[in-house]
Design a binder for this molecule. Structure first.
Ligand code: NOJ
Length: 582
């Protein structure tokens, strides 16, 4: 990558441009093999110099993304939002947040992405709106018993004066999942009116009532709005939370972490069976488009079996595979996760996806930099106190990338992982913005450490994230050490992370064995993963053994690190091999 790859902003087209055509095979099934780049808009590229990423910034880096070799981009919410939860509190689902750009810029970016053979996936947030959404403001103003309140979950409190929350549900960000009217952060002035409202996340994110027909109709309208503008699909935020048990019963028992705990098949607000009916109607809607639009579910559910229910043939197309993300760097755990994933996806005919990091979890370089135990982890809070060996974490992350990109199905790359970036663990308290920090009473530093703006070029912050001479600093400070990890620095180094990702993504696209399909495991010693894919491809990952010889007759296509002088595969290294006759 060189700076000259940044495309100059061009004229604003009036149409969304046609969706890219897939190379070989069924173009409508592009999503079965796709590698999708997660673009966290706030932190990707800032073109207007305010320290916050924007749509024009995305557009200026499309060339970088197509050179990288990904098939699509998924953009985190770009809608108008008071940003109580970094855009996951939406106040208007059919517009673009002014700090990110305009509708015209969005249209131009979508059209240009399509011309660069990149599909565009947006993020829909159906569980909750912002408390500034006109519906919630109307509900507050209209008062108890009004029709306006029925689109949300308002209830009277418990206790003699209704001074206790209506049930024992907890917010994912800490504390009760209920706020009493009058105690909310914004809205008409006035004291409590006897009602509380549900928010599984921050108080600024009131939960919608999905039994209300207007809620259903309005979201379908939003899907159509963006599909009509050329958007190729949606990532569905907390797809497993929309439906709540009638009567909103107590959960009882000890509070549990939503992302790590089992919640079974009759939890009052997670993964309820009734949610599937909503996705059947979304699928029917997406199928009316040509080419059909696609969905990926964010669903933190108990098991691959429960996840597979979201991707039955008449429901969503794919779902994030968080079991893989959470698996420790241990051969037995990875093998087990891969096998269960493949089995459960095959049972419903859906392609698996593989993912190592996203904007909600500690970057995997930093997770792999710690001693690996049987326990799945995702957050920094779970890792704190354990010393980090970042060099080891990066070595493992390189091997993990080759493993992930060799597995059957699609994959997600979280921005910056292609540069080998690590979690920024020493952000000053004063800059933390994740609501988790406040809601946990400063016990959990939250997710800001994986959201630090990308380093593109140069030797000092803002590392090309913002234009030269910008008055504003990046919204989170970048570590000085990222001077050696910028896209430009790495593009010039054939041994860099970026070169490895590019090479892997381009080989993956060209190799007939990779992408959708299946794999066959070969016998291997403990600590090693070894599988073949036809025609003529093998992947060997040495997770924790001493150096192991490569299979006889195999030719190295790509290695995550140098082989030993004897030509053996060292620990924490992966290779892609062409087998005899290939
Ligand atoms: C999941 C999103 O990925 C996360 O960032 C957000 O805080 C919650 N959903 C609430 O919308």
């Amino acid at each position: 990558m060189t700076e000259s790859h940044a495309a100059a902003p061009g004229p604003v087209p009036t149409s969304p441009g046609s969706a890219p055509q897939a190379g070989a095979g069924d173009a409508a099934a592009w999503w079965r093999s796709a590698v999708i780049y997660q673009l966290y808009i706030r932190s990707f590229a800032d073109r207007n110099g305010d320290g916050l990423g924007d749509v024009a910034g995305i557009r200026s880096r499309l060339r970088y993304l197509s050179d990288l070799g990904v098939d699509a981009i998924w953009i985190n919410p770009w809608y108008p939002s008071p940003m109580a939860d970094a855009g996951y509190d939406v106040s208007d689902y059919r517009a673009v947040e002014p700090a990110f750009g305009t509708a015209e810029e969005a249209a131009a970016m979508i059209a240009e992405a399509h011309r660069a053979q990149l599909r565009v996936i947006l993020d829909i947030v159906p569980n909750h709106t912002s408390d500034r959404h006109p519906w919630f403001q109307a509900a507050l103003a209209a008062g108890p018993g009004s029709a306006e309140r029925e689109r949300y979950l308002f209830r009277p409190g418990r206790g003699t004066d209704g001074e206790q929350p209506p049930n024992d549900w907890l917010s994912v960000f800490g504390g009760s999942a209920w706020t009493q009217v009058g105690g909310q952060v914004s809205g008409p002035a006035g004291g409590p009116d006897g009602q509380w409202y549900l928010h599984l996340f921050a108080p600024e994110q009131p939960d919608l009532d999905w039994t209300h027909p207007e809620v259903r109709a309005d979201f379908e309208e939003t899907l159509r709005f963006w599909f009509d503008r050329g958007v190729d699909g949606f990532r569905i935020d907390v797809a497993h939370s929309l439906v709540k048990a009638p009567g909103l019963p107590d959960i009882g028992g000890e509070p549990v972490d939503v992302h790590t705990a089992a919640h079974g098949d009759d939890h009052p607000h997670w993964d309820r069976d009734e949610v599937h009916e909503i996705y059947r109607s979304w699928r029917a809607l997406a199928d009316t488009y040509d080419p059909p639009r696609v969905f990926v579910a964010e669903a933190w559910v108990d098991s691959p079996e429960r996840l597979a229910r979201y991707i039955r043939p008449d429901e969503l197309h794919t779902a994030f595979n968080f079991d893989f993300l959470r698996a420790p760097w241990l051969a037995s755990q990875l093998r087990d996760t891969i096998d269960r994933t493949l089995t459960e996806h095959a049972a419903v005919g859906a392609p698996p996806t593989w993912v190592l990091s996203n904007h909600d979890v500690a970057r995997h370089v930093s997770r792999y930099a710690r001693p690996q135990t049987d326990r799945p982890v995702r957050s920094l809070a779970e890792l704190s106190g354990q010393p980090a060996d970042l060099e080891l974490g990066q070595r493992r992350a390189r091997a993990a990338a080759l493993l992930m990109l060799a597995l059957p199905g699609g994959a997600y790359v979280y921005q910056g992982e292609e540069l080998g970036l690590w979690e920024v663990e020493d952000l000053p308290d004063a800059v933390l913005q994740d609501p988790t920090w406040e809601r946990s009473e400063h016990t959990d530093r939250g997710r800001d450490g994986c959201r630090v703006p990308l380093p593109w070029s140069g030797a000092a912050p803002p590392f090309g994230f913002s234009p030269e001479g910008s008055a504003a600093q990046p919204w989170l400070p970048q570590p000085a050490a990222w001077r050696d990890w910028t896209a430009v620095a790495e593009a010039e180094d054939p041994d860099s992370f970026l070169s490895l990702y590019r090479s892997a993504l381009h080989q993956r696209r060209d190799h007939p064995a990779l992408g959708d399909g299946d794999l066959t495991w070969l016998d291997s010693p403990p600590g090693i993963l070894l599988f073949t894919r036809e025609p003529g491809f093998q992947c060997q990952v040495n997770i924790s053994s001493g150096p192991v010889p490569l299979p006889a007759g195999a030719r190295v296509l790509l290695a995550s690190d140098a082989l030993s002088p004897e030509g053996d595969l060292p620990a924490d290294t992966a290779v892609w091999l062409a087998t005899e006759g290939a």
